[in-house]
Unconditional design. Structure first.
Ligand SMILES: [Zn+2]
Length: 223
């Protein structure tokens, strides 16, 4: 698999924010109810929400490692030894109400590989673990703010007389978390790229397949 990571990262770095937004929407169960324009509008607002929160936090707390930001906000951090199990590795997670978990093994190996393959010009120097922690920190802040954009029920599913059923759009939460993590950490590329690079470290075949899926989706869409 040596030599395949650099082209993968280059191809994914060339994608636009719109490409990523529409690709991520594909995985949302409500995707079929939205037009392309609506998806791009929601995605742009979700990204802006994440970016503004990152800027505010950086202003309020000053420069700090993300683990210290989480601690200062009263969050708990768990760093268990290696996660074992299925082909889809879990890198980090947030558990309500206040627990951030990170599996540091994959993050460290990703940093090693980024160095070995010379990806600094594409991804910059920010450690993978900082980006992961920042992503989960967004979910902590989101959990504490019921009025946040990503939790609002944007979509009217049906209406019957005075009754209506509205739903939040789940992928907006991930989009905002990705934008927050990139803004707070200063990662040089989209966090979606780093996500595939991390997958490559633990399962190269799966990462190459994901690259294929993403690029095919973007090509199809541009017809
Ligand atoms: Zn997330």
């Amino acid at each position: 698999m040596a030599g395949k990571l650099r082209p993968l990262a280059e191809e994914l770095c060339a994608l636009t924010e719109e490409d990523w937004a529409l690709y991520v929407f594909e995985g949302d169960p409500l995707s079929g109810k939205l037009t392309r324009e609506q998806k791009l509008d929601y995605a742009a607002k979700a990204a802006a929400c994440g970016q503004k929160m990152a800027e505010k936090l950086a202003r309020d707390q000053g420069p700090l490692p993300v683990a210290e930001r989480i601690a200062a906000l009263g969050g708990r951090l768990d760093i268990p030894p290696e996660e074992t199990g299925g082909p889809l590795p879990l890198f980090a997670s947030f558990t309500e109400p206040d627990l951030v978990t990170i599996y540091p093994g994959n993050a460290r190996r990703t940093d090693d590989l980024r160095r070995e393959e010379g990806l600094e010009d594409l991804l910059g120097p920010v450690p993978t673990g900082e980006v992961l922690l920042a992503h989960e920190l967004f979910h902590l802040l989101e959990y504490r703010d019921p009025g946040i954009y990503t939790r609002q029920k944007h979509l009217l599913l049906w209406r019957l007389g005075r009754w209506e059923n509205r739903s939040a759009i789940f992928c907006l939460s991930e989009m905002a978390a990705m934008a927050f993590a990139q803004r707070l950490s200063g990662l040089a590329c989209s966090v979606y790229v780093l996500d595939v690079v991390m997958l490559y470290v633990s399962n190269p075949q799966l990462a190459l397949k994901k690259r294929e899926d993403i690029l095919n989706f973007v090509r199809r869409r541009k017809g």
